[in-house]
Design a protein around this ligand. Structure first.
Ligand code: UDP
Length: 472
């Protein structure tokens, strides 16, 4: 298993952002954690060190745990292509859809369990009685029984979910249920995601959070935002084709080592209002739907607006085998757009080999956007939305899953009642483009909302309470 390095982030800067009472609660929870967990290790096991919300959150939250002097460590599970195909299918099934499968059979189970045994074998002698292990998502659920046998306290943290189960979610839960029930406690992002067979007294809801000081979210001056986007080739400030050449040269000697790989007829002008969705190339994020909605219902009536769909460079993602397929689908749709609209739509693959560089580019792109959208068909909790709101951007998001808890329709942006309704999607985006003052007001409210509900102190305090309850 790969060990991911965790830095220690002092708690003081975050505490200084908070009201005094709230800061005191945060610092006292950190002291309680330090005391309760002294001499023990808090392990986190997930399936990837970068790309996607889980890795994003672990990077920042675990740094604060280290800052609180809790001995926390992060391991990435080892699997093969067949394993990740099965776990991606489980992920999709928990969201209610079976893509290219009829279900899960004995071969799938046997392979999943074989990979679990191989990973467990590596943990023997490393994880000790009394340690706490947080297992993230379906990929790691099968480790729970073996770890409790080692004497560890095990929490299964599920980052995904769907409000109402269906036959397909039942198939995934049937696969995972016995594995999951071996854990001591269970954490979900929304109450409606908790299956009825999970003992209610051992399940808690903890919503995700973002870190205002991470490379993804830290303040960047407007001039620096422009410099980053120009340098990485995501916008141009002159002739688009010359600009790409200019930017390539700048990139080779500049701060940013890699270029965003654009499927585009040349990047958008820096002055153009941008509609942006940042997502993994996952079917449930509906990048093709955003493209269609923008092309048919925004571009014709807002002639200077451009769309940027940005996601990770698919060649590097190992636990997400569908990425390349979805990206190819988007490329095909892009090619079929009418010429004048195609010029204003851009698919950006962001370099993933340097997590900080990737985060800086996403940060700049979200800050530069006129409107940030998250048109997911299903969403456990969309960090991208909270990241955009923290940057005071107005948002349009589907009224599905956790996204509904992240903003109030009409306050910080708009919720799209039917995630597949591209006509209304276009109307809401147009409204924010046409009324920039409304966008600014909503954006400012978004930042207030994130400060209130979605910062790491609230998240960490909830974890400390849960971990202490395991010893009670
Ligand atoms: N992200 C990124 N680079 C990309 C695409 C996504 O850094 O090219 C980040 C994004 O900023 C967010 C996370 O990946 O922090 C995605 O989390 P979210 O909860 O929105 O969705 P998930 O991928 O977990 O389904």
């Amino acid at each position: 298993m790969e060990t991911v390095e965790i830095r220690a982030e002092p708690l003081e800067a975050l505490a200084e952002l908070l009201e005094p009472d709230r800061a005191a609660t945060f610092l006292s929870a950190a002291a309680q954690a330090r005391e309760a967990l002294a001499g023990r290790v808090v392990w986190n096991i997930n399936s990837t060190a970068s790309g996607g919300g889980v890795a994003e959150m672990l990077q920042t939250l675990l740094a604060y745990a280290r800052g609180a002097e809790v001995d926390t460590r992060w391991l990435v599970l080892e699997g093969d292509a067949q394993f990740f195909e099965i776990t991606k299918a489980l992920h999709n099934a928990l969201h209610g859809s079976l893509v290219g499968r009829t279900g899960f059979d004995g071969t799938d189970r046997a392979h999943y369990e074989r990979i679990m045994q191989a990973n467990l074998a590596q943990l023997q002698g490393t994880i000790r009685a009394g340690d706490v292990v947080l297992l993230h998502d379906p990929q790691t659920a099968g480790l729970a029984a073996g770890l409790t046998e080692l004497g560890a306290r095990v929490v299964w943290r599920c980052h995904i979910g769907r409000d109402e189960g269906n036959d397909v979610t039942d198939l995934a839960w049937a696969f995972l249920r016995e594995h999951i029930l071996a854990a001591d406690a269970f954490v979900f992002s929304r109450a409606s995601y908790i299956p009825d067979w999970v003992p209610a007294d051992r399940a808690v809801v903890i919503q995700p959070s973002i870190d205002p000081f991470s490379t993804k979210n830290a303040a960047i001056a407007a001039a620096e935002v422009s410099r980053i986007l120009l340098e990485v080739g995501l916008v141009h400030n002159g002739d688009p084709h010359e600009a790409v050449e200019f930017d390539r040269r700048a990139g080779s000697r500049g701060v940013l080592r890699r270029h965003a790989d654009l499927v585009s007829n040349g990047p958008p002008p820096i002055s153009a209002p941008l509609v942006v969705q940042v997502s993994r190339w996952d079917r449930l994020k509906d990048m093709p739907g955003v493209l269609a909605g923008f092309a048919e219902h925004v571009a014709p009536s807002v002639p200077d607006a451009h769309l940027v769909l940005a996601g990770p460079d698919v060649s590097g993602v190992t636990d997400d085998p569908e990425g390349a397929e979805v990206y190819a689908e988007c490329r095909q749709l892009w090619r079929a757009l009418p010429d004048d609209v195609r010029d204003r739509c851009h698919l950006a693959s962001l370099p993933m080999d340097d997590v900080d560089e990737n985060a800086l580019i996403v940060n700049a792109l979200q800050r530069h956007a006129a409107v940030v959208v998250q048109k997911s068909l299903v969403e456990g909790f969309g960090l991208t939305l909270t990241e955009a709101m923290w940057k005071a951007r107005p948002v349009v998001a589907s009224a599905v899953g956790g996204l509904q808890d992240q903003l109030t329709d009409g306050d910080e942006g708009f919720l799209l009642a039917d995630a597949r309704d591209i006509v209304t999607f276009g109307k809401l985006v147009r409204r924010l483009l046409d009324e920039p003052e409304l966008g600014d007001t909503m954006g400012r409210r978004g930042q207030v909302r994130v400060r209130r509900d979605f910062l790491g102190d609230r998240h960490l305090v909830q974890w400390v309470r849960l971990l202490r309850s395991l010893d009670a």
